[in-house]
Design a binder for this molecule. Sequence first.
Ligand code: PBG
Length: 328
Amino acid sequence: MMQSQIRPRRLRGSDTLRKMVRETRMSPESLILPVFIKEGENIKTEIPSLPNQFHYSPDRVSEAAEMALSHGVGKLLLFGIPQHKDACGSEAYNEHAALQEGIRILKERYPELYIITDVCMCEYTSHGHCGILTGNEVDNDKTLPYLAKIALSHVQAGADMVAPSDMMDGRIDAIRTVLDENGYLNTPIMSYSAKYASAFYGPFRDAAGSAPSFGNRKGYQMDPHNAREALKESLLDAEEGADILMVKPALAYLDIIRTVKDNTDLPLAAYSVSGEYAMTKAAAAAGLIDEYGVMCETAVSIFRAGADILISYYAPELADAIRKGDIG
Ligand code: PBG
């Protein structure tokens, strides 16, 4: 005979009870969908490494916005994919490049849509690294003015927020300074503050054509062994003026999300990256897992770890799941 008066199961007896005592609450308002804008015309092509994700040319990117908005996802994180690459990634700050054109089109058609842009150079450089090279090294300080110029061009095209993902030291300060000098005092920066050198970016690099042509990104992205360093990076970015911090990837770094959340006072985003999405898709296609269940449970775990915002290729499906009450 069980003696205890305390029976945790009492609160699990019905859906009503379980939903009442949920510790983790989620909202479609917290979701951001990544979208790829590719130079060209009349393009909507499925990305082989990312099932159900597409490359859109600027003239068709409205279809992505339409789809997201129809699920109640009002925030996009935009990536640009140029045709022309060079050593200094000059297409990245060309005001007529695909990304900048796409931003203008989206802003005009959907003023209510919130547009965030990824600020980086790896999609734009011929060598595929996230900055300017000196010899075979990414030159941190030479890269900073380029990042600032790129961020400014996104904001001038109409971006509501910029999200630098390059992991150069001092880039938040460099971008903040240039935005402020140009009158964009109120444009927030979401910093990829704790971004790890991760194999989970593989499908994205196929999608964006941004794999480094030599070496790797371990000289600037973080070592997966380090947790305290994630806090150091995040506090530095906060000091430089970041408005939102980010941990990336998400699923293999839930402890980092918790650490950053508990030790900083800025809103925290987590990026559930391409490899997390592609693995779920592949396992589901192989009949090994229930895709919907795994998608939901993964998202819950990221919010439970402390994220306030989730960037996910599943954002539309997650918004539906939250609205149905399956999660959140
Ligand atoms: C650009 C960038 C990357 C991702 C977001 N911004 C790739 C990288 O750092 O190699 C990855 C996103 C994903 O995997 O979904 N630097």
